[in-house]
Design a protein around this ligand. Structure first.
Ligand code: DX5
Ligand code: ZN
Length: 212
């Protein structure tokens, strides 16, 4: 079963409620929220108040992608704000193992994210502590970038190693045009920002992303 997680980074920030409605009506599985701090990545987006606001708008799971330095400073706050999955970058902390346990302690699902330059093997010893591995298929920071095809090699390696229980998410440059090869590489959770919000028929886009 392929899950689709549209990213509100590409939604109209002056009307997030409308963006969330579009995600709900499209039949997508969750809402991807890109938190950026201007330090870990060059861009700044939003923080826990936005997660709390979106929490009031939908019952869909909130998939919160933390692109912030030292995420250990804010895990409990994002949990309290209503995140369901909290994803931390291995490159953003000296102690990713501890951060994953910190997320688990809040009762939320821990996810681990890897930049394109980070070898996939870094997550092999951490799989018992995560529900999902997010493989960045662009450099984090912006929507609408070009897909990095070498990410597919990382997905194949991870799926071979992990077996079928792990959620493997791709984030960046994903669309209905490349979804098929991404899914064939073992990925089962697709983030889609610009492709989803630019699609005239969002229901059809979600179906196409799932390969239906
Ligand atoms: C990039 C973000 C992505 C972004 C994807 O740093 O993590 O979630 O929204 O946008 P698209 O799908 O346009 O590449
Ligand atoms: Zn993201």
């Amino acid at each position: 079963m392929i899950k689709v997680s549209p990213s509100i980074l590409s939604a109209d920030f002056s009307n997030i409620a409308a963006g969330i409605k579009e995600i709900e009506l499209s039949g997508a599985d969750m809402v991807h929220m890109d938190v950026m701090d201007g330090m870990f990545v060059p861009n700044i987006t939003f923080g826990q108040p936005m997660v709390a606001a979106v929490r009031k708008m939908t019952k869909l799971p909130l998939d919160v992608h933390l692109m912030i330095e030292r995420p250990e400073r804010y895990i409990e706050e994002f949990a309290d704000a209503g995140a369901d999955i909290i994803v931390a970058h291995v490159e953003a902390t000296k102690h990713i193992h501890r951060v994953l346990q910190q997320i688990r302690l809040t009762g939320k699902k821990p996810g681990l994210a890897l930049n394109p330059g980070t070898p996939i093997e870094v997550c092999f010893g951490l799989l018992n502590y995560v529900e999902m591995v997010l493989i960045m298929s662009v450099n984090p920071g912006f929507g609408g970038q070009k897909f990095i095809p070498e990410s597919l090699i990382k997905a194949r390696k991870l799926r071979d190693y992990s077996g079928n229980d792990l959620d493997i998410q791709f984030d960046g440059g994903v669309s209905s045009k490349n979804a098929k090869e991404i899914i064939a590489a073992g990925v089962n959770v697709l983030v889609s920002g610009s492709a989803f919000f630019n699609a005239p028929d969002k229901k059809a886009e979600v179906r196409a992303l799932r390969g239906e």
